[in-house]
Ligand binder design. Structure first.
Ligand code: MTE
Ligand code: HPA
Ligand code: MOS
Length: 749
């Protein structure tokens, strides 16, 4: 089944925040944000701005009726700076005017005097100064201290991974419209409608039931709107609350890039020990996460780095410690993979370093140590592994030997152009690592004409969630999908939602939908059973028709629904789903946090131009563990998109802050994302067939984030291509591997 949004997408008819028709009298907002990364506010001059044409009012922290607080995990983030600023881009004042242009023009007239304070941008420096968001955390398995003595080879090193700008096509934004009795409706481009609702209630000192958040869809979120859509929703609501007028704010691209957080940069240390057969006996890692100026989701992201620090390998002795370091950058936040990719890069670098020193292919070490079913993860969960299956299938299906031979041949024939190849196995845990977040609800109505309306906790952001929800209902009822409509995500219809994140939303919301549909179906079958004086078990609905004892009756779905209504049977259901069996004890750092894991292997080949340092990704050949995909078209799209996003992070997307904490790569002229020319020339995706049971909806495993980590393969393929040209190059593990870095390492002495 194709994505149900494709029709309106290609016609330009899909509704995003900026497409919502405006209510008469709507005002426009724009933020004045701090030009300085750290300091004490001495004075704020708003007079000039107030005199600008069209300006209605300017709000500051003193206008907040409730708490000036938007911190989620930790209450450490002000909505509007009161006495201090902690990062360049921190909102200080909110200008409201009769047009977007007027608001932006007025922002330029605001002046602020600041007493500067020391600026930290480097996480290791923050750690030295004890600027930590939370106490460090350590995951441990076995005993590394005794294991080192058993190792024949020990290697140490340092790695860096940079941040990543989300660059959702639709920038952040919100539109708040006052309702009667002081209630407020907020249209928000958010992955977390409840987050926006909860923060608005807190800031306005209002009960949550007066705040309605409604989301039709996002033009991409990628994690950037899990927590950080809140600011704009709350700011619009604050102005609407005071002015009793609708207020809209749709951020300019450069405002968005400057004010919002990104993927967390990490600096890390590793130590890896192997025996003679290249079994990894011990692994230690220390992660320094650059959290930015406030906690945001950093503690949860940090946790996932630890969960994925051994990727898809079994290592009997592990000790991994992670520090969440407070710096004067915009608070960094969720980004597809959520800390997992950062952890996985380090183990891959450790393996690459060991292989280089041992003068063997990293592939030997990778394969030797793949996780098997029954192996224990450092956090105590026992693996149900597909790592070997994916790896072996990839090697066989894509003929690894031949691919390697082609690279060798190419390199021996070409002087100024070199190829590199790398394998990248992945393993990603599905579930929010915070157990309580793993719950969702669905509200299903069957109308008297037989049409079906569904609302869930999940937000459509291009990942195809609504299509999958619709498929669930169509399959359970066994009716034509055209009878079904998935509605906007709305906190009045479905309450207390977790954000649409962690790749888990089709599982969570799909299963809630399944439960609701099954309950309605049961009641409908009872109506039919009564009519035909038979058992409920003898009644079936098949493709819109009622069957009794496997014989088709003259009742079509509509007739069944109408009869049920006449008999005063409920045609609506609200259902709740919480996956069973997951738990985690943070005092011991052990548990069973994930409902299941997703596995896969990618083979990546690249070609570099050894005169210019530029490169192309020739092919990425993947075997991916989809379980049993319920929508292969959507799932392939997710794989391709995530892969390219991962390659972008690893190769070309370079975030640059200067020492003063100012973002230099603040526009699309200075920040390069993959375009049509930089995607791999060939992407092959093979579905690993498994009949094993899992907790995914219809056994169709979550797919949103895991394939991003295949992109790490591009980094190591480039690494190998450089080595083919300059075998003596000592390449530091410093991602992204930009053309500049490639060029420098090609000619490194
Ligand atoms: N795909 C598109 N097109 N746009 C997005 O914003 N976000 C990704 C992924 N795929 C995203 C996407 C992220 S970060 C997550 S966590 C999942 O989708 C969330 O949706 P799911 O739980 O339905 O997979
Ligand atoms: N993944 C994604 N988003 C989250 C998580 C997680 O594990 N925890 C909290 N938000
Ligand atoms: Mo995705 S980073 O969990 O929104």
């Amino acid at each position: 089944m194709k994505n149900i949004d494709s029709y309106t997408h290609v016609r330009g008819e899909s509704v995003y925040l900026d497409d919502i028709p405006l209510v008469n009298g709507t005002l426009f907002a724009s933020v004045y944000d701090s030009p300085v990364a750290h300091g004490k506010i001495k004075s704020l001059h708003l007079d000039e701005a107030m005199k600008m044409p069209g300006v209605v009012r300017i709000f500051t922290a003193t206008d907040i009726p409730g708490e000036n607080q938007i911190g989620g995990i930790i209450a450490d983030e002000e909505l509007l700076a009161s006495t201090h600023v902690h990062f360049c881009g921190m909102p200080v004042a909110l200008v409201i005017a009769t047009s977007d242009e007027a608001a932006k023009a007025a922002v330029k007239k605001i002046k602020m005097e600041i007493e500067p304070l020391p600026i930290i941008t480097d996480p290791r420096e923050a750690k030295e100064k004890n600027e930590l968001i939370i106490p460090p955390r350590t995951f441990q398995l076995g005993d590394t201290t005794t294991a080192w003595s058993k190792c024949d080879h020990i290697f140490e090193g340092q790695t860096e991974t940079n941040g990543q700008e989300h660059l959702y096509i639709e920038t952040q934004g919100a539109y708040a419209v006052p309702q009667e009795n002081s209630a407020i409706r907020i249209y928000s481009s958010t992955q977390g409608p409840t987050q926006v609702q909860r923060s608005t209630a807190r800031v306005l000192n209002m009960p949550m039931n007066y705040i309605e958040v409604d989301t039709t869809r996002l033009g991409g979120g990628f994690g950037g709107k899990e927590d950080q859509a809140t600011t704009w929703g709350v700011l619009c609501a604050l102005a609407a609350y005071h002015l009793k007028k609708p207020v809209k704010y749709s951020l300019h691209r450069m405002e968005d890039m400057r004010m919002t957080g990104k993927r967390h940069p990490y600096s890390s240390d590793f130590k890896i020990g192997l025996d003679k057969e290249y079994n990894i006996l011990a692994y230690e890692a220390i992660f320094y996460q650059n959290a930015g100026a406030a906690a945001d989701l950093s503690p949860a992201v940090l946790e996932r780095t630890l969960f994925h620090c051994t990727n898809s390998y079994f290592i009997p002795n592990v000790k991994a410690t992670a520090y969440s370091c407070r710096t004067n950058l915009p608070p960094n936040t969720a980004f597809r993979g959520f800390g997992g990719p950062q952890g996985m890069f380090v183990i891959e670098a450790a393996i690459a370093k060991a292989a280089e020193k041992l003068n063997i292919s990293p592939i030997v070490i990778q394969q030797q140590n793949l996780l098997r079913t029954g192996d224990e993860f450092p956090y105590g969960q026992i693996a149900q592994s597909e790592a070997n299956e994916c790896w072996e299938k990839a090697v066989e299906l894509y003929d690894l030997n031949k691919l390697q031979q082609e690279v060798t041949d190419y390199n021996s024939k070409n002087k100024l152009s070199k190829r590199g190849l790398a394998l990248m196995p992945i393993c990603f845990g599905i579930s929010f690592t915070k157990t309580l977040m793993n719950q969702a609800r669905a509200l299903v109505h069957v109308y008297t004409d037989g049409s079906v309306g569904i609302s869930t906790a999940g937000v459509e952001m291009g990942q195809g969630l609504n299509t999958k929800i619709l498929q669930v209902a169509a399959a359970i009822f066994s009716i034509n999908p055209e009878r079904i409509k998935v509605n906007t995500t709305n906190t009045y219809r479905v309450a207390n939602t977790s954000p649409t994140a962690a790749s888990a939303s089709s599982d969570l919301n799909g299963k809630a939908t399944e439960i609701a549909c099954l309950a309605i179906l049961q009641r409908l079958k009872e109506v039919a059973a009564e009519e035909w004086k038979t058992e409920v078990g003898s009644v079936k609905i098949k493709e819109d028709w009622v069957f009794v004892n496997d014989k088709q009756t003259d009742w079509i779905w509509n007739k069944l629904v109408q009869t049920a209504f006449v008999k005063r049977v409920s045609l609506s259901e609200h259902a709740h789903y919480a996956p069973p069996g997951i738990w985690f004890d943070a005092t011991k750092e052990k548990g069973h946090p994930f409902t299941y894991h997703v596995y896969g292997t990618a083979i990546t080949t690249v070609t570099i131009d050894c005169l210019r340092g530029i490169y192309e990704v020739d092919s990425v050949k993947i075997v991916h563990d989809f379980g049993k995909s319920m929508n292969p078209i959507i799932d392939i799209g997710q794989c391709e998109g995530a892969l390219v996003q991962g390659i972008g992070w690893m190769t070309m997307e370079e975030i640059l802050y200067d020492k003063e904490g100012k973002l230099k790569s603040n526009a699309l002229s200075t920040y390069k994302v993959p375009d049509i020319y930089s995607v791999p020339k060939e992407i092959s995706i093979h579905f690993l067939e498994t009949e094993k049971d899992n907790l995914a909806i219809f056994r169709s495993k979550a797919v949103g984030e895991p394939p991003l980590m295949y992109g790490i393969g591009a980094y190591f393929a480039l690494h190998n291509a450089v080595k083919a040209f300059n075998p003596s190059a000592i390449i530091s593990f410093d991602a992204p591997m930009t053309p500049e870095k490639v060029l420098m390492s090609l000619y490194q002495q």
